[in-house]
Write a protein that binds this ligand. Structure first.
Ligand code: ZN
Length: 298
């Protein structure tokens, strides 16, 4: 049977000689696997269509699990996402989340539009950390694990201060704090942003300027939440985690020309190719604020 639908390529796997199997996320038919014959051959009409992040119109035959591409057109290539290292890292993480953190039954129109908005925002150069944190919130909501942020997840008390507890399910009031000693202390700005992300449709995300200290809290809170509730190890995640930690390092001494790595200087380059050698130890995110006080917004 011939199907035709729009979709975004969220995974590509080499297959046989010169072929590729792509997984597309569609607004109407969940995720679909499609064989694109000859996609890796230089002269193929469909090599660009089969690239990661491409938003296209796919027409394919399908009888069993996998479809076979009949024809297709690119609607938006998101070329910008392949040009910069950090945009590519964030976009790769976003599509891998859709591929691996969301079950087939939850991959619907909402997720499709949030991913498309996420890639668009990244391509437009909006603050990638903010875009991706908001997208993570969409992912956990889609998967059925949205945190409770407006009241204590344990006793229902509506006024804070709260801590952020993955074990309790979101906000945890002073009276219930003892139930989760690992709960994170977050600044008021961070709470506001978490609530904003929870309510936000990414298609309406503007340009928000957020101080680094709150970005870091957002990162730690969402990472902890995702590790606990989603719990899949993503290939793109190590790289992104290191990239983001790198961005948080205080600017080191004025950059003298590197005198070779032999002197034991800390390596200050982004981890370019080697994504596998350094697994961040699990559970390093328990401390709310290593060094940085969870300040309030001015
Ligand atoms: Zn409580």
């Amino acid at each position: 049977m011939l199907y035709r639908m729009e979709g975004i390529v969220i995974r590509g796997t080499d297959y046989g000689e010169g072929n590729k199997i792509v997984t597309i996320l569609t607004p109407s038919h969940g995720k679909q696997g499609i064989v694109v014959k000859g996609a890796r051959k230089p002269k193929s009409r469909y090599s660009s269509l089969a690239q990661l992040f491409t938003y296209g119109d796919f027409s394919f035959y399908k009888s069993g699990q996998l479809g076979t591409l009949n024809s297709g057109e690119i609607i938006e290539s998101f070329r910008e996402l392949r040009e910069g290292l950090d945009a590519a890292a964030y976009a790769a993480y976003a599509v891998e989340l859709c591929d691996r953190a969301v079950g087939e039954e939850d991959a619907g129109s909402f997720l499709f539009h949030q991913l498309k908005a996420c890639l668009t925002a990244l391509a437009q150069g909006k603050d990638a950390q903010i875009v991706i944190r908001a997208f993570e919130m969409k992912i956990v909501a889609t998967a059925g694990y949205a945190p409770l942020l407006d009241e204590c997840a344990s006793c229902g008390r509506a006024n804070g201060p709260f801590r952020f507890s993955t074990l309790a399910g979101g906000a945890l009031c002073d009276g219930c704090r003892y139930k989760d000693p690992t709960a994170l202390e977050l600044g008021e700005t961070t709470w506001k942003l978490l609530r904003l992300f929870a309510a936000l449709d990414l298609r309406r995300l503007g340009q928000i300027s957020v101080k680094d200290v709150y970005k870091k809290q957002l990162r730690l809170a969402m990472r902890k939440w995702m590790d606990h509730h989603i719990g899949v190890k993503l290939k793109s995640q190590n790289f992104l985690d290191q990239w983001e930690k790198m961005a948080e390092l205080p600017p080191a001494e004025p950059r003298a020309p590197r005198r070779g790595a032999a002197e034991g200087a800390p390596d200050d380059r982004p981890p370019a190719e080697d994504r596998s050698s350094e697994e961040p130890p699990a559970g390093t995110f328990g401390k709310p604020s290593d060094g940085e006080p969870p300040g309030e917004s001015p």
